[in-house]
Design a protein around this ligand. Structure first.
Ligand SMILES: [Zn+2]
Length: 83
């Protein structure tokens, strides 16, 4: 499938990706997520069926396979190099 980004000549490839979503304010990480990824611009398309499965997932009831630490960066609002 041709990349849907206008002007991008990429051909989308089926990949399994890791993606982080925020559900009810809490981040959840999904591994082995089937997606179409453009190798040129990295645009990612998820299948509607995959999205349905994701929305049906209940972080409270379904068992997570692993735990990921969550960090919050405290960055100075001044961009680096600006004085
Ligand atoms: Zn593309």
């Amino acid at each position: 499938m041709q990349c849907i980004v206008q002007g991008c000549p990429g051909e989308m490839e089926e990949r399994r990706i890791v993606h982080t979503f925020v559900r009810e304010g809490k981040p959840i990480v999904i591994e082995n997520l089937p997606a179409l990824v453009c190798p040129i611009c990295r645009y990612t398309v998820l299948d509607v069926r995959v999205l349905d499965t994701l929305f049906a997932l209940d972080p409270e009831k379904d068992t997570s396979v692993s735990q990921a630490p969550v960090f919050r960066l405290s960055l100075d609002p001044t961009p680096a190099g600006v004085q």
